[in-house]
Ligand binder design. Structure first.
Ligand code: SF4
Length: 661
């Protein structure tokens, strides 16, 4: 192909500490077929933009001006009152944002990263930036792993408003990035690997359509796949109003066929594998295609600046397998499949070891995260053998499923091959729930094998959750108390709360799992928040509080932090801390934290307000509680089927609230 290259974009918001694997994988495949593309990581560029002094000063100024305007107003609508409370609450964050010395970028990309106090400061300053962003972009909220409206889920209408009215705080950043592309760029494909990227991906596509009207735009990746694969024709047509096409399933053959076609000026889109696009009579999906990874070239990271990520050393992601060899867990819906997990496939271990050696040598990277649904025990051992036999020197981490297969000898081999951290889906400490989940492993085996892995010198990270349908309070406590009992062999853990995933076995056969009904609120057009009606009585607030307090006591023994920080499972930062300080790196920090710096006084940022934000916040919270109770919590059997939570409905409810003088 000649002229401007097709562009593949990784959009905000996602983990900025390491490059994601999907687009380099596609570039590697296309390069082997003689098709050149350019990979652009706008997520990490956005991270630098967020910590840029001029950008921060601009947002602080906006915050001050808007706050002063609302405070001076003679009367406020309910939504304006809410905005005032958010702006007023973000003043401290705004001041901290202007006192970023050293900048989080400096701390996270230098030896200071390993100082617990400086690390925690960097994290808190990152939080402050997102609080500021969420205030100036009210009513939306932002973090590295979420972009949401403060109350309602993403509907088609809310997405349309977000995009066409350029409500993203990164809209100007996107426009500058798109204007830097060649005018005749034929294709801009935006990857949506995580739900938090979807609103920004569509906001970016809107800017591409305005600035490069000749470019063909497409979305692809697991998060958009999992939304669109379940849509009916009408819903598919709605999302295709915002983008020319959507790639479902795997994208290698799709791009191999589509890109030369676009350059040649042809648009026989119905023949493109896995491509969903509008045809004359409605959305048309091209023929289904599935990758055989044994034929795959290595990912190509050449377009990415590996030193720009928010970490002191380079890491690479590599996917040696696709799908899950087990694929039976009740709650699981993962990857590019209609339901459950995708079919399991492997890169031959000797090929993977050779590719890993070439990649780490080419990019001067010592650390690799093996990114896959779950690494099968047998494959992990075969890959470890190949790495040792080929003398590949690296450290690696991955998600594995505990099986008896992991003997002492095999655990030692895994350590020798460079495995330093393994995340295990432990799920529950109750054998009854493990059987209901169909985990294929009982508590005694999970305990014994985990101890073996830990004894081999590998940091163990547990992933468990409470509130599986039909779980009793005692069973929830069993899980948490099990973590406490085994803490000597657990280096990090998360006990989350069950969330029902569309496509999981529970969603397909709710009656088998103690679920009477699965519902979605009107307006939850991305279907990210399944509501379900349990057959048994739901937990009381007292029972939930008891579980939370036991969990808090166990959590206090560790330095747990949210994604993507050190202290969250399977993150790059966690691996780096483990490599530096050993398996116990995420135990509670011995040193206390230093106080945050005194906030400077920021000119133009109102300190005293005419209105009382605390009193306003109480009224706002009262309204939100009433609104959500009407919309969401009427899910008990026999209760009215009222699950209206659309943006229009919300605005209607807000409009009925009396104005505040
Ligand atoms: S939870 Fe893990 S082991 Fe179970 S089906 Fe999903 S990916 Fe496979």
């Amino acid at each position: 192909m000649s002229g401007a290259l097709p562009v593949l974009v990784h959009p905000p918001f996602a983990d900025p500490t390491q490059p994601y694997v999907s687009l380099p994988t596609l570039k590697g495949w296309l390069g082997a077929k003689g098709i050149a593309v350019r990979v652009l990581d706008l997520n990490v560029r956005a991270a630098h933009h967020l910590f840029d002094e001029a950008a921060l000063a601009g947002w602080v100024k906006r915050l001050g001006e808007r706050l002063a305007t609302l405070d001076r107003a003679t009367s406020l609508s309910a939504e304006e009152a809410h905005e005032l409370t958010v702006l007023a609450g973000a003043r401290r964050a705004a001041e901290l944002c202007l006192a970023m010395d050293p900048s989080p970028l400096e701390v996270l990309r230098s030896e200071r990263f390993y100082d617990p106090q400086q690390y925690e400061w960097a994290r808190q300053r990152s939080d402050a930036v997102f609080e500021l962003l969420s205030a100036v972009a009210f009513p939306f909220r932002y973090g590295w792993n979420h972009v949401t409206h403060h109350t309602v889920p993403w509907s088609f209408e809310l997405l349309a408003s977000y995009c066409t009215e350029h409500r993203s705080p990164l809209a100007a950043f996107y426009r500058a990035a798109v204007r830097a592309l060649p005018a005749h760029t034929p294709f801009v494909g935006v990857s949506v690997a995580f739900p938090s990227q979807l609103p920004e991906a569509l906001a970016l596509v809107q800017v591409v359509r305005e600035e490069l009207p000749g470019a063909f735009t497409a979305l692809g990746g697991p998060a958009i796949h999992q939304v669109v694969v379940h849509y009916d024709a009408q819903q598919r047509a709605r999302i295709l109003e915002r983008v020319d096409a959507i790639g479902l399933y795997e994208g290698e053959a799709l791009l191999e066929r589509l890109l030369p076609m676009l350059v040649a000026g042809r648009r026989e889109l119905g023949t493109v594998p896995n491509l969903l696009a509008m045809g004359p009579a409605g959305p048309v999906l091209g023929p289904r295609w599935t990758l055989l990874p044994k034929d795959s070239p290595a990912p190509d990271y050449d377009d990415l600046d590996l030193d720009s990520y928010l970490a002191p050393s380079r890491t690479l992601l590599y996917a040696p397998t696709r799908g899950c060899y087990w694929g039976r867990c009740s709650f699981c819906y993962y990857g590019l499949a209609e339901t459950s997990t995708a079919a399991y496939r492997e890169v031959p271990p000797d090929v993977a070891a050779t590719q890993l050696r070439a990649l780490t040598e080419r990019h001067g990277a010592r650390h690799v995260y093996l990114s896959c649904d779950v690494l099968s025990p047998s494959y992990a051992v075969r890959l470890a053998t190949a790495l040792v036999e080929q003398g590949v020197e690296l450290t690696w981490s991955s998600d594995l499923k505990i099986e008896r297969f992991f003997t002492d000898e095999r655990c030692t081999l895994l350590y020798r091959s460079g495995l330093r951290a393994a995340a295990f889906g432990i799920e529950s400490g109750s054998d009854r729930i493990l059987t209901l989940i169909d985990k294929g492993c009982d508590r005694a085996t999970l305990t014994a094998v985990n101890r073996r892995v830990h004894a081999a010198g590998i940091a163990t990270e547990w992933m468990a959750f409470t509130d599986h349908p039909d779980e009793t309070v005692d069973e929830a406590l069993e899980t948490i108390e099990w973590v406490a009992e085994e803490q000597g062999a657990i280096d990090l853990f998360i006990v989350g709360q069950f969330g029902l995933e569309r496509g999981s076995l529970i969603a397909q056969h709710p009656e088998r799992y103690g679920v009477a009904e699965v519902r979605y609120a009107q307006g939850d057009d991305l279907r990210l928040y399944a509501q379900y009606v349990p057959i048994s009585a739901p937990r009381t607030p007292e029972e939930t509080a008891r579980i939370d307090s036991v969990l808090a006591a166990v959590s206090a023994r560790y330095s747990l932090r949210p994604y993507p920080w050190a202290g969250a499972n399977s993150t790059h930062h966690t691996l780096l801390w483990v490599l530096r300080r050993g398996q116990g790196a995420l135990r509670r920090d011995a040193q206390g934290l230093l106080p945050l710096p005194r906030a400077p006084s920021v000119p133009g940022l109102p300190r005293r307000l005419r209105r009382d934000p605390g009193a306003l916040a109480e009224r706002v919270e009262g309204f939100r509680r009433r609104y959500l109770a009407r919309a969401l919590y009427t899910t008990l059997p026999g209760a009215p089927q009222l699950l209206e939570l659309s943006y229009t409905d919300y605005l209607g409810a807000v409009a009925l609230e009396p104005a505040l003088d």
